[in-house]
Ligand binder design. Sequence first.
Ligand code: ASP
Length: 319
Amino acid sequence: MTYSHPHLLGIEPLAPPEITAILDLADQYADLNRRDVKHADALAGLTQINMFFENSTRTQASFELAGKRLGADVMSMAMQASSIKKGETLIDTALTLNAMHPDLLVVRHPHSGAVDLLSEKVNCAVLNAGDGRHEHPTQALLDALTIRRAKGRLHRLSIAICGDIAHSRVARSNIMLLGKMENRVRLIGPPTLMPSGIEHFGVEVFNNMEEGLKDVDVVMMLRLQRERMDGGFIPSEREYYHRYGLDAEKLSHAKEDAIVMHPGPMNRGVEIDGELADDINRSVIQEQVEMGVAVRMAAMDLLARNLRARRQAKPEVAV
Ligand code: ASP
């Protein structure tokens, strides 16, 4: 089985073999990305438009690089400067861009569900680069690839996701992906930062780092998503770091070879100790960034294959 969907909107609709198909292809692109000449032609002749309605450093840069390495014509729209400021709706902007015949649309939006909605209005492949607190599928996939390469497998691992779970699309997508691949997921954080309905997630919940980290293989730290908070969820950053910030002492409760992850952007001294984040013997944060490019190449390659197949089967809707 390979990837069968027209879009990549979230992890929720994916079957485990589809996840594996993306990761296997991404592994090959990770090798390509380490060569001197990094070009392939999977997207040659296609147009990729990136629309980021929320700030992004890693995700936008890596989607752009991924498209260029595969030979697409890539345009990144400066959404802050676009007609959105003049009151144009998301859908009107999408329809305008659709009329320019893009093949791949990469969209980040502050509202959960906005990218799904948009995908119904356009006739190209849509990739969700993060929608509100809903999903961030390419982040979960790059995390999965990083774990698989570091641990040699992506099943029967014990993985702790720590911090601001409630506001995090990274946590949601990772919980789903890691659960589908039969790992044990633990969520650790203050009760105020746990989402409601957590009991339906198939995870174990801890409010204490020392207990929650006991014998885990992977420790994934999350940023406090202040932009999505509408009140005081934590007493103070100092107190938060003391109880939930990852440092060498807290990490000593995990397995001896446990790896440390963070999707970025990182707040050193808030959710993670700066020295630990830079410790190449424990932290795989740079590998996550590297795998991000490879995973986005793989996802766009697979979507482009499906797009071409659909257009061949139904030439009248070809754009
Ligand atoms: N970069 C990730 C995201 O867009 C994580 C974060 O912002 O904290 O969700």
